[in-house]
Structure formats: C-alpha cells, structure tokens
Design a protein around this ligand. Structure first.
Ligand SMILES: [Fe+2]
Length: 331
C-alpha cells in the first residue's frame, strides 16, 4: 500500500523530554531545583519530575542504577509524522513498541512508542504532551523550548556513520556543520545535526583513526537553553555555591555562537547550560567546517596537571576497553 505522501520529517520532530535513571535523587533535586532552577513538578521516593514550560514534564529522574540518560523523547508534530516514522522503522525492520499507560504518565505524555536507538539509548516518540497552565516557580526568567524543543544531546560513538544515518534516514535530520577538536593526543570529529530550526538537537562525536568511546554514559552531555545572559550567570554562581563540579567554564562555540558552561551532573555526565544559540534559516544556511570547539573560554575548571593526567588516563583506559565491545546500532 502506498503511504500518504509527506513532504519529509524535517521540522516535525523536537526533543520533548529526557528520562534519566539515578540512585542520587536528592542530589538531582538540589542540582536541578536549587542550581539550574527548574520547577519541581513532582517528587516521590522513586521519581522526580521537572517543568520548564507548559509541558507537565520535561526532565524526569527515575530511581535506578544506570546513572545515565536512558531515553530521549521526541515530540512529533502530528499523527501523519508519527505514521511516517513507524513506516520507516518497519521498512528497516527496526523493532519498536508502544509504552504502557503508567510509563506514559511517568513521561508526561498521552501515549508513546519506544525503540532501542544507537548505543542502546532509548529513542521514544509521541505526539501529545500533557500540558498545564499552572504558574512556573523557576529561578531563571525562562528556558527556550517552543518549536525547536528542549536543548540538545551530544553522544560519543564508535560508529558515527551509522549513528548519523539513524537520524538522517528516520527523522530527515540535516547536517548543520562539523568541528574538529584536539583533546590530549586524540582528534575528535563532531557532527551537528538539526531536526528543526535549532542549530542542533543531536551532536555526534567520534575519535579519528582508531575509533574509541571514552565516555561511560550513553550521552556525553545534555543541553538546556536559558532566556538571558543574566540567567546563565546566576545559574553558574548558584551551581558553584552548591558545590557542583564545573567541567568547563563559560565560553562560546564557533558554530551556533552559543555562550555556555558545562557542569557535572550527579550521575556523572555533563549538563551544558547555554544562552543565545542561533537558529538556522534554511534559505541561506551553508554547512561549514570549524577547527576547535570554542571561540573562547570553556576551559577546564580544575586545570591542574594532575587532574589533566588522571582525567585523560581514565578516559583512555575506558576508550581502550570500549574496543572489546561492539556498539549497538539498530541500522
Ligand atoms: Fe552542546
């Protein structure tokens, strides 16, 4: 049967929610409520849920041992887009399953579908978020979501070609640009993919030459965007005062021009909090290659020689160990 002709899925998907699993719920509460300044929407012994806009849930922390992001929820525009994603998955024999009602409620959506995405990151999709017009109690003046969704995620991969294909073929992602970055003795190639007008919703980083994955978690960092520079500055001061470790001080990226800092979350991966990330005009955008992840700043906060050596030695050890295990890809 011929499918309804849709003009593609570009611009019809955005990051809707992020589901994290951790045993450090009280640390996550301090981190997100008192540090980042999100609205705590729900709290129990085994769950925290946070709002940043009219969605009932944007960040969900479930009690569990992973200390990682376990699922990325993609908000699809409508049922035509939903049917198209399902059809593309069927064509490629990629299994996916509907979530049950309690799990949908946990995510703050009416209904969702789940698949094992690249690197075993749960990729979930839905069309109907549960919303509320209850007032927000947040420390920043606001977070940027809207039609481009919530921030982005950055993922390290030993199979970046397959991981790129996943986003390009299933969601019609477009490549915004690429950055080459040197860290210790390694060269990293980072590709930035957009699902909509946000410069990137997904970034994929790979080591050049011998492909290693030095990162324990499925994502290296997740990103949220605040409204103003004052919001960014105040969140930075609060997180430092609360004792959370800064991975990289404030700096600016050359491609999306975002000003941001990276703080270590209670689960060990990083949260990039940013401001002023550009949106792409499809009529005029030209992909480019950049050298160096930062125009200025983003220096490691604890930049002692000892810290540099132990951090890189740890990453190198993990990178070498990653060679022993294949990386899961649904494609
Ligand atoms: Fe980022």
């Amino acid at each position: 049967m011929k499918r309804e002709n849709v003009s593609g899925l570009f611009g019809k998907a955005q990051v809707g929610y992020v589901l994290i699993e951790s045993e450090r719920l009280s640390d996550w509460r301090r981190f997100l409520q008192n540090g980042v300044g999100l609205h705590l929407a729900s709290e129990s012994d085994d769950l925290l849920a946070f709002r940043m806009d009219g969605h009932q849930r944007r960040l969900i922390i479930r009690l569990g041992p992973a200390e990682d992001v376990v699922a990325l929820g993609l908000h699809l525009l409508d049922t035509t887009a939903l049917d198209e994603v399902k059809a593309r998955l069927c064509e490629r024999d990629i299994p996916f399953n509907p979530g049950n009602p309690p799990d949908a409620a946990l995510r703050g959506v009416r209904q969702y579908w789940h698949l094992n995405g690249p690197k075993k990151l749960g990729v979930e999709f839905f069309t109907e978020p549960l919303t509320t017009d209850e007032p927000l109690w947040m420390l920043p003046s606001g977070f940027i979501t809207g039609d481009s969704g919530m921030g982005h995620v950055a993922i390290t991969s030993r199979q970046p070609e397959k991981m790129r294909r996943f986003w390009l073929e299933l969601f019609d992602a477009r490549i915004s640009d690429a950055i080459e970055e040197s860290i210790a003795c390694l060269t990293l190639d980072i590709t930035f993919l957009r699902l909509n007008e946000r410069h990137h919703s997904i970034a994929i980083a790979a080591t050049r030459g011998l492909r290693m994955d030095p990162i324990r978690t499925r994502i290296q960092h997740m990103n949220l965007l605040v409204n103003t520079m004052e919001d960014l500055s105040a969140a930075y001061r609060r997180l430092i005062d609360l004792g959370f470790g800064m991975a990289h001080e404030i700096g600016q990226h050359p491609n999306d021009k975002e000003v941001s800092f990276y703080v270590v979350t209670p689960s060990g991966f990083e949260l990039e909090l940013g401001w002023n990330a550009l949106t792409v005009s499809e009529a005029t955008w030209k992909p480019a290659d950049y050298y160096g992840i930062s125009l200025w700043g983003h220096k490691p906060r604890n930049a002692t020689l000892g810290n540099f050596i132990t951090t890189n030695a740890g990453n190198f050890r993990r990178g070498m160990k990653s060679l022993l295990h294949p990386e899961f890809s649904p494609l």
